[in-house]
Write a protein that binds this ligand. Structure first.
Ligand code: GGG
Length: 359
């Protein structure tokens, strides 16, 4: 049996609560499926920043590189400027390990009511370009504190970056309904967005079976509220993909449900799995955080590591707890993080026992 080495960074706020919850579920499902998962914990994040003036040690990326996957909770604290916390940990990991795809599934789950009148089930995938675009270091501020103070931030799109995101999204669409929507804003952003559109269109031409639509992001956002079920795969730039995935997951009931995989598709480097939500300082420490986004990210990690059956088992365990109304408060239930987690553990055991009885 080979061992999967997983680096764990619980990080800030509710990351400290949902990560242990998800690891308990991963360990239980690993026992059932005879998998060897080895978790190594890195206490990096905003507390580390308070002690050391940086979010992770200077050799942090070298330490992470020795692992098969990275399991991250949340980053962000009122004590640390947001740009320091994000650019000191998550963004270098995404870039150095060439995790250029951020795959964000959005799905209606039984037992979770949408805040909107969703007439049909939602099941879509957002492919967010994860290495460039609006998240750029190019720019700066001048004349700080003076009346002429100015700030400039440049968006960088490269042919390589846009085409590989589009290619990944087109292949996904091809394996599903064949429908692919690309988010743009080429009416207002007149250089980078027409370039995005051109490169996406050229790339998707290699997939004649894929029907590509290009949609202005403002209209796309409205459609995601009014008829989210009509989308299958959406490809978007770094910033637009981030915003659309928060919106779409909120439409399914809660941002606390949404998982994500930061993928290095070539598998040359470890990929990173994290919930879409952040550190939620307003509820941190109260024991009420929804661990579904983190557990679902764990299921995506198992699938990426080649453990498809274990991934399905974990997925159906948390889905069945939600279905029976055992969710946390954000999805209309009454469970604490601990109660929800223990219900998922029981569900893993129950389905393992019934499978054993049948075979
Ligand atoms: N779960 C990771 C986390 O804390 N994300 C919060 C966040 O602001 N991420 C920024 C991004 O994904 O671009």
């Amino acid at each position: 049996m080979s061992t999967d080495r997983i680096a764990v960074i619980a990080g800030d706020g509710i990351g400290q609560e949902v990560v242990p919850a998800a690891i308990a579920c991963l360990q239980r499902v690993a026992e059932v499926h005879s998998l060897s998962l080895e978790f190594t914990y890195f206490e990096w994040g905003s507390d580390y920043f308070g002690r050391h003036g940086r979010m992770m040690p200077a050799d942090g990326l070298e330490q992470l590189a020795k692992h098969h996957a990275i399991f991250l909770g949340a980053v962000g604290s009122p004590q640390v400027p947001d740009a320091e916390s994000l650019w000191g940990l998550l963004i270098p990991i995404r870039r150095v390990f060439q995790q250029y795809i951020n795959l964000r599934p959005v799905k209606t789950l039984d037992g979770v009511a949408s805040p909107l009148a969703a007439k049909h089930p939602i099941d879509l995938l957002i492919v967010r370009e994860n290495n460039e675009g609006e998240y750029s270091e190019v720019g700066g501020r001048i004349y700080r504190g003076l009346p002429q103070e100015s700030a400039v931030q440049e968006t960088i799109f490269t042919r390589l970056g846009v085409s590989r995101a589009a290619r990944y999204a087109a292949a996904l669409a091809s394996s599903r309904s064949g429908r692919l929507a690309s988010a743009t804003k080429s009416n207002g952003i007149v250089h980078t967005m027409p370039f995005w559109d051109e490169v996406v269109e050229e790339t998707v031409r290699d997939h004649p079976e894929v029907a590509l639509t290009s949609e202005l992001v403002d209209a796309l956002a409205a459609h995601l509220v009014l008829r989210p079920w009509s989308y299958d795969v959406i490809v978007a730039s770094n910033l637009l993909g981030d915003i659309l995935s928060d919106l779409a997951s909120a439409v399914t009931g809660s941002i606390g449900l949404a998982p994500s995989a930061n993928l290095n598709p070539e598998r040359k480097h470890p990929s990173l799995f994290e919930p879409v939500h952040g550190s939620a300082p307003d509820i941190a420490g109260k024991g009420i955080a929804n661990p579904v986004g983190q557990i679902w990210s764990g299921a995506m990690m198992l699938e990426h590591l080649g453990h498809k059956e274990a991934a399905r088992h974990l997925q159906s365990a948390f889905e069945s707890v939600l279905r029976s109304g055992g969710g946390t408060r954000d999805v209309g239930g009454t469970s604490s993080t601990a109660q929800f987690t223990s219900a998922v553990l029981s569900s893993i055991d129950a389905s393992a026992e019934s499978t054993a009885r049948v075979s």
